[in-house]
Design a binder for this molecule. Structure first.
Ligand code: NAD
Length: 431
């Protein structure tokens, strides 16, 4: 039977953000670390750029009978220490530059935790909030088939990121496994439990943030009880850390998301807020709060600021007004280099993304190991191992920070880039 679908071809647009370029930021951070490490020229060059950047165009059937072409990316920054590892993001603002930056940051993040991975990242330019579940499934399967040859349990292992979740990972596992003839759960992490997902993975990044925050509170002698916390972004990462700091006795005074924000000086209950977000899709109009925007949230007199949305939100124009003593980077790349300098001068402790939000990949690693062995650990074992790994990474970074009198970000980069450089040096791979 002839297809009834009316094909409408829409020219794909590869957007690049003009005013803020995440890959330039990531490259400048790398160059700074390279200068501390005095890298050999061949190692410096080899790690400066991603190994591979793929652009795919996906023709996807929509529910109304039209078809649309979506543009997707997969970037593999480094496979020096093992398979590439990194999330997949669905967003109208996704870009190749963003994927390159996120893949690069993943390489350093995995090395800070001493995991046997390099960094990867993928994205599809789309508006997931305007798409049905069926359309998202078609898009995901089409994207998976387009990148199928370069992903796999020993090549590159995707995971959820903004606007993708366990269901997305299940669709990827299915599309990938159609070519293997058997279910290959280890091709993705962050899957549903009944497909080889790991206990603790959904809230993993929040769990990791909290482990690191606890260590920071000991380091600074800054008990968490009664501290005021503001959180920019209330998705997977923002909501999970919100619940943990609330349980630790902190007061969450403001939260924003992509639709707006809420403020209550007396505190916001994240468990109730999560229920609202599950129903309405946004934090906006939460009872007993007044509206607030991102810029005002960032400048509030809070003790702890947690960016948990997109890149570049703490910049040179708002950094001078930040009052928080701790900036806990839940998001990837939330602070520009210029803002970093300002915060350093103000004496704030910025716990950098490549350490702070590494709980996601820490538990993803355990999921991958479990999948490869088809042998599963208890939630208790997973938490204990994650805690051990992240606490060690935190104090490794602090040791470098103290010894070399550098910022915590510089220390994390010295550790991460230094480890990857060391592996590359041992391989002697000049090509
Ligand atoms: P998510 O899609 O679950 O949630 C994103 C949240 O950010 C939503 O509340 C959304 O409304 C909000 N948001 C988007 N744009 C915004 C804007 N301009 N202003 C205010 N809020 C905005 O995504 P997530 O998984 O929670 O990821 C958030 C950040 O954490 C991203 O930077 C991601 O790369 C990073 N991260 C995620 C994981 C993970 O395991 N999910 C791991 C490490 C790092």
């Amino acid at each position: 039977m002839a297809s009834q679908v009316k094909i409408q071809y829409i020219e794909p647009v590869i957007r690049e953000k003009k005013e803020y370029d995440p890959f330039i930021e990531a490259t400048l951070q790398y160059e700074r670390a390279a200068s501390f490490l005095d890298l050999e020229p061949w190692i410096y060059q080899r790690l400066k750029y991603p190994e591979r950047e793929i652009i795919v165009h996906l023709a996807v059937n929509l529910d109304d009978g039209r078809a649309e072409t979506f543009t997707g990316f997969r970037v593999q920054h480094s496979s020096v220490r093992g398979p590439c590892k990194g999330g997949i993001r669905y967003s109208p603002d996704a870009s190749l530059s963003e994927c390159k930056a996120l893949a690069t940051w993943m390489t350093w993040k995995c090395a800070v935790l001493d995991l046997p991975y390099g960094g990867g990242k993928g994205a599809v330019i789309c508006d997931p909030l305007q798409m049905s579940e069926n359309e998202l499934k078609n898009l995901t399967k089409s994207y998976t088939l387009a990148i199928r040859d370069v992903i796999g349990p020993y090549k590159d292992i995707p995971a959820p990121d903004m606007f993708t979740n366990a269901q997305t990972m299940a669709w990827i596992a299915d599309a990938y496994s159609q070519g293997t003839g058997y279910l290959e759960p280890a091709v993705v992490t962050g899957k549903p439990i009944n497909l080889g997902g790991s206990l603790g993975r959904t809230a993993a990044t929040g769990t990791g943030l909290f482990i690191v925050l606890n260590e920071a509170s000991k380091f600074l002698d800054f008990p968490l009880a009664d501290k005021q916390v503001v959180i920019l972004g209330f998705g997977n990462v923002g909501s999970s850390i919100a619940k943990l700091v609330h349980q630790a006795g902190c007061k969450i005074t403001a939260v924003t998301d992509m639709f707006g924000g809420i403020y209550n000086a007396q505190g916001i209950d994240p468990f109730e807020l999560e229920k609202q977000v599950q129903n309405s899709g946004s934090v906006v109009d939460f009872p007993d709060t007044i509206p607030i925007d991102n810029e005002s949230l960032i400048k509030l007199p809070a003790d702890i600021l947690i960016p948990a949305a997109v890149e570049g939100q703490i910049h040179k124009n708002n950094a001078p007004d930040i009052k928080a003593k701790i900036v806990l980077e839940g998001a990837n790349g939330p602070t520009t280099l210029e803002a970093d300098e300002i915060l350093k001068e103000k004496g704030a402790l910025v716990i950098p993304d490549i350490l702070a939000n590494s709980g996601g990949v820490a538990i993803s690693y355990l999921e991958w190991v479990q999948d490869l062995q088809r042998y599963f650990l208890s939630e208790r074992e997973i938490h204990a191992r994650t805690k051990r790994t992240m606490k060690k990474a935190f104090w490794d970074v602090i040791e470098i920070m103290n010894k070399q009198s550098v910022s915590m970000r510089d220390a994390a980069y010295i550790l991460g880039v230094g480890r990857v450089a060391g592996s590359l040096r041992a391989l002697g791979r000049h090509l």
